[in-house]
Design a protein around this ligand. Structure first.
Ligand code: BJW
Ligand code: ZN
Length: 248
């Protein structure tokens, strides 16, 4: 079991200062301070629900096949929620880390807030809420507005689009996990931020990074599934902890 801290230690700041390659895995908690709801409520209080259905059902390949209009309605609701949100101090801190070093962010989030904060190497493992994808011709199409003029929106080839998001039980986009794994095993310092670390294959990344010799730091207000398998857990909010790491 690693160390559990409630503030950033000087030893960690030194490690941060000396790190040349940093890899980061982020989850829904990264955007919580921007006002984006997380999936699994704090303290095991249950899973995000909408219209009486849990997110595991709403964001499933089965429901998309059965009732695409309902799945689009759920995504339009989410897009409405996200429309007004902005990156928080945590996103901006990560973007600032890129100065003079190699930083890769593998995010499970579909909100686009890392790119909005200025991070350049962002691997979106679970897709993007602001895009649709065509099952017929493979086109990915930006859908930047909500409400959409037609639901479901259509591809240039005429087929209906689906949200370009990785639903439960679906494969990640080709190559994205390999790219994230490559960054994880090549870094000296790995951060796992704002994720309950229960969804795979994302949750393998900190474990693989540590096996390959990286020092692994978790940032989360609560202990999680991964806490016992990292070097240090800092119990705190991303927007409060991350800006503090670079201060000497
Ligand atoms: C804060 C904070 C603050 C709060 N600051 N922190 C082993 C290997 C491979 C696959 C599997 C496997 N075992 C099981 C599977 C299957 C499945 C899976 O993992 N299931 C588990 C739930 C058991 N995985 C998959 O289906 C994946 N596909 C796959 O592996 O394909 C191969 C395959 C194909 C066919 C069959 C089998 C395998 C795909 C997973 C895609 C998940 N997609 C979702 C939904 C996206 C769509 C949508 O948004 O509607 O992605 S699930 C949902 O969970 C979402 C998230 O990205 C993901 C992770 O959640 P996250 O980010 O961790 O959020 P929370 O809410 O859980 O946690 C928030 C945390 O923040 C908490 O800890 C808070 O404390 C913290 N926090 N405020 C910092 N201010
Ligand atoms: Zn098409």
């Amino acid at each position: 079991m690693g160390e559990v801290l409630s503030v950033v230690s000087d030893a960690l700041r030194r490690r941060f200062r000396d790190a040349e390659r940093i890899a980061v895995l982020t989850g829904a908690g990264m955007s919580a301070e921007s006002g984006v709801p997380t999936f699994r409520g704090g303290g095991g209080t249950g899973i995000w629900e909408w219209k009486g259905r849990p997110v595991t059902e709403l964001s499933s390949a089965e429901l998309l096949a059965e009732d695409p209009a309902l799945v689009w309605e759920w995504f339009e609701y989410r897009r409405g929620l996200m429309k007004a949100v902005k990156p928080n101090a945590g996103h901006f801190a990560l973007a600032g880390w890129e100065k003079g070093r190699d930083v890769t962010i593998a995010t499970q989030n579909i909100d686009g807030l890392h790119a909005a904060a200025g991070s350049r190497r962002v691997l979106e493992m679970h897709g993007n809420l602001w895009r649709g994808a065509c099952a017929r011709c493979g086109l990915r199409k930006d859908l930047p507005v909500t409400p959409l003029p037609e639901v479901p929106p259509h591809c240039d080839c005429g087929a209906p689009l689906r949200p370009d998001v990785v639903l439960f039980g679906e494969m990640l986009p080709p190559g994205v996990y390999d790219a994230a794994l490559g960054a994880a095993v090549a870094c000296d310092l790995f951060f796992v931020i704002g994720t309950s670390a229960v969804v795979y294959p994302a949750a393998y990344l900190p474990v693989e990074a540590r096996s390959a010799g990286a020092f692994v730091v978790e940032v989360n207000p609560e202990e999680t599934e991964i806490t016992g398998r990292v070097d240090v857990t800092i119990l705190g909010k991303a927007g409060e902890i991350l800006p503090n790491l670079a201060h000497s």
